[in-house]
Design a protein. Structure first.
Length: 148
């Protein structure tokens, strides 16, 4: 039954990699964004998300993020988004917006956000951290359900 619990743990975060339904113009934009970001860029995006989440009052005490950290990563994100939208993927941005509306941009960046999370989730330490809770799961309850 430990395998079932481990699968459950992995599934909790599998939605990060689940693609959303998008039209062809949004797909082209997503491809352009992905092709024009590096692993470092995506890790920086994930750091920016972490920094943003750390602003939540119930999370603040778990992080030592400073205002200087926030400003530095806001600047990195602004530079990256500006480069992607106004230099690298301009035609795809216009086409996606014109053909599929303003949600196309949101959808494309959502997929890039998933790629950013995949950069972190592919690390063995992160995988271990997301499965260690399973040692506290009541195996007897799982056995009772899955042995039938």
């Amino acid at each position: 039954m430990k395998n079932i619990v481990a699968i459950l743990a992995a599934s909790l975060f599998a939605t990060i990699a689940t693609p959303s339904v998008a039209g062809p113009a949004t797909d082209a934009l997503t491809t352009c964004l992905a092709d024009n970001t590096t692993g470092k860029d995506r890790k920086d995006m994930a750091r920016w998300v972490f920094i943003g989440m750390s602003a939540h009052p119930e999370i603040q005490s778990l992080s030592n993020v400073t205002q200087a950290d926030r400003e530095a990563f806001d600047r990195k994100m602004a530079t990256l988004v500006t480069m992607l939208m106004t230099e690298n993927c301009t035609e795809q941005v216009k086409l996606a917006r014109d053909k599929e509306g303003s949600n196309a941009l949101k959808d494309a960046f959502e997929i890039i956000g998933r790629l950013a999370m995949q950069e972190l989730m592919s690390n063995q330490n992160v995988n271990v951290a997301f499965t260690t809770f399973t040692k506290y799961v009541d195996q007897n309850k799982f056995n009772a359900i899955f042995s039938k």
